[in-house]
Design a protein around this ligand. Structure first.
Ligand SMILES: O=P(O)(O)OC[C@H]1O[C@H](OP(=O)(O)OP(=O)(O)O)[C@H](O)[C@@H]1O
Ligand code: HPA
Ligand SMILES: [Mg+2]
Length: 177
């Protein structure tokens, strides 16, 4: 499909926001032991950058892999867990780290999945929030940027597995019909 990628959020702006989020999270979890759960694949870059800006947090890291978009730009509506956590979450303070909340279906599914295992607390941190497309409500505690109703790529986020490597966030523009 003929398309182009136009810059939306620059690398320097991402870096500044990630540092700001890490400071807030570090202050909120000071003196507590935290289990950070990165949502693969999309959150791998954000999660790695965020963790490296933590200050004085006793954090452990695990990953959960989920998929619902495949090669499409619309959610299939069916969230699948492709890889579950290795860590027991009972009694733990959990921070779910996600690249983007769009329909909300992924985060609601993953949050419910973790809640069922009786953690001490669950909070959610997302880099990007696309509120115009929300189908289900999911409370998000830390948000990087609110973005318009555009299909974005880069900084871990893909379109059909492409463009995850871009250091900035771009918008995919499809040409023709
Ligand atoms: O709020 P939603 O509408 O559910 O969309 C958000 C989810 O969709 C994307 O993941 P995807 O299923 O494409 O898998 P990926 O992370 O491996 O790219 C993105 O990384 C989020 O996890
Ligand atoms: O805008 C998006 N881009 C890529 N993947 C996504 N998954 C949900 N929304 C998006
Ligand atoms: Mg994802």
């Amino acid at each position: 499909m003929d398309h182009s990628v136009e810059p939306l959020i620059a690398e320097a702006d991402l870096k500044q926001k990630v540092t700001e989020l890490a400071r807030r999270i570090s202050a909120d979890y000071a003196g507590k032991s935290l289990l950070v759960v990165g949502v693969l694949k999309g959150a791998f870059v954000f999660c790695a950058d965020l963790l490296r800006q933590f200050q004085g947090v006793d954090a452990q890291v695990d990953f959960i892999a989920s998929s619902s978009y495949g090669a499409a730009t619309e959610s299939s509506g069916a969230v699948k867990i492709l890889k579950d956590l290795d860590t027991a979450v009972e009694g733990r303070h959990v921070l779910l780290v996600e690249d983007i909340v769009d329909t909300g279906l992924t985060l609601r599914y993953l949050r419910d999945h973790i809640e069922r295992q009786q953690p001490a607390s669950v909070r959610i941190c997302v880099l990007l929030d696309k509120p115009s497309r929300r189908q289900v409500d999911v409370p998000v505690d830390y948000v990087g940027f609110e973005i318009p109703d555009e299909f974005v790529v880069g900084y871990g986020i893909d379109w059909a597995e492409r463009y995850r490597y871009l250091p900035y966030i771009g918008v995919v523009r499809f040409k023709g019909g």
